[in-house]
Design a protein around this ligand. Structure first.
Ligand SMILES: [Zn+2]
Length: 363
């Protein structure tokens, strides 16, 4: 008798749990269509011709660029900056491919080969190679996040971003008057515990290899501090901090940094969702720093540019972002003025990146 009532109790408990779980839903699955009815201004093309300063085309030396041009024209992207130009022969070929087939439409940045840091003549060679690459048509230098993460010297030690052994490279970029676009670290949430308090939980759940720790390869604050020391030390070199320097969620902090470091610009590749959740603060920031911001996107998915245009240009409310793992929240447009839009779409890039044909853009 006693064991029977115990079984009944267990059964009731089971039914109760089942009922509860059927009322739960997967976080990714819950994405109800909005019932909000407001004015919409969807656009798949930018209001002004623009220069995307953060793009990667690894096959540029041999690829048919016509495929890119078709999509670029649809977006109103006049000039694409390919940051993955490498160096030496392949850089030369990439530049030639662009100049020969679509003059004015492609700009190529060089990359540094960090193998051999610590060798006595490494820096001199690297600086000389950069000079050679610029002679062959490179208009800037791109530094990947591997510097800080995985680049090691000849003794197997992590090379810090502000390692003085790299100084001749930054000095050479300054001397050649080319900008250095540098990506350091990743969103801070990648270093934080992966739990209910982490805004990038879904990104870490779907991309487990993005999770980091203080020993992999250093704490977030350390990497960012190294980057800022580099910027301060080489005040005669123009740097573009990729992804808003990972401070798009703290524009006050970014203001302080930009005030302190007049040689630094920012681009908003992959962080438009941060701006789209604070349209008033972002508008104030863009208005104040209208000469310091460049248009960047990073991953080449033409359909995703629409979100960028809508956040920058319109005052639309509560519209979806294109990737839930970047933003489980909705977007609001910043409604930037034409004057500010022109600066971030092309005027600032024309000012700091040499060799872009200005006649392609309005005044
Ligand atoms: Zn990139």
């Amino acid at each position: 008798m006693r064991s029977l009532s115990f079984s009944v109790l267990l059964l009731l408990l089971f039914l109760n749990v089942t009922a509860q779980t059927t009322n739960k839903m997967d976080f990714e699955a819950y994405d109800p269509p909005s019932s909000l009815v407001v004015k919409e201004h969807k656009t798949s093309s930018a209001k002004f011709p623009f220069i995307d300063v953060h793009n990667h085309q690894f096959r540029m030396p041999e690829m048919d660029l016509g495929i890119l041009i078709t999509d670029m024209d649809k977006l109103n992207m006049t000039t694409m900056v390919n940051l993955s130009g490498q160096s030496g022969e392949s850089l030369k070929k990439a530049v030639e491919n662009g100049n020969k087939n679509y003059p004015g439409r492609f700009i190529v940045f060089a990359n540094v080969d960090f193998k051999g840091v610590g060798d006595k003549d490494w820096a001199e060679k690297a600086a000389k190679q950069l000079q050679e690459d610029v002679k062959n048509g490179a208009k800037g230098l791109k530094i990947y996040k591997s510097l800080g993460f995985s680049v090691q010297d000849i003794n197997g030690k992590r090379v810090t971003i502000d390692d003085p052994r790299l100084d001749p490279v930054w000095a050479m970029a300054g001397k050649l008057k080319i900008p250095v676009l540098i990506h350091t670290a990743d969103p801070k949430q990648f270093w934080q515990p992966m739990d209910a308090n982490n805004e990038r939980w879904l990104e870490l759940a779907t991309h487990p290899n993005r999770q980091r720790g203080d020993n992999n390869s250093a704490p977030w604050d350390t990497l960012i501090a190294e980057q800022h020391r580099l910027f301060r030390k080489h005040s005669g070199t123009t740097f573009i901090a990729a992804h808003f320097g990972w401070y798009a969620n703290d524009l006050n902090k970014l203001s302080t940094l930009l005030n302190e470091m007049p040689n630094v610009m920012v681009e908003f590749g992959a962080i438009i969702a941060e701006l789209g959740r604070q349209p008033r603060s972002a508008n104030a920031f863009f208005t104040k720093y209208q000469d310091r911001i460049l248009f960047g996107k990073d991953s080449w998915v033409p359909a995703e540019y629409a979100t960028y245009f809508r956040v920058l240009e319109t005052t639309d409310e509560y519209f979806p972002y294109h990737k839930k793992y970047h933003a489980f929240w909705r977007m609001y447009g910043m409604g930037l003025s034409d004057e500010v839009l022109k600066k971030i779409y092309y005027k600032n890039a024309l000012r700091i990146i040499p060799g872009i044909d200005k006649t392609q853009f309005p005044n």
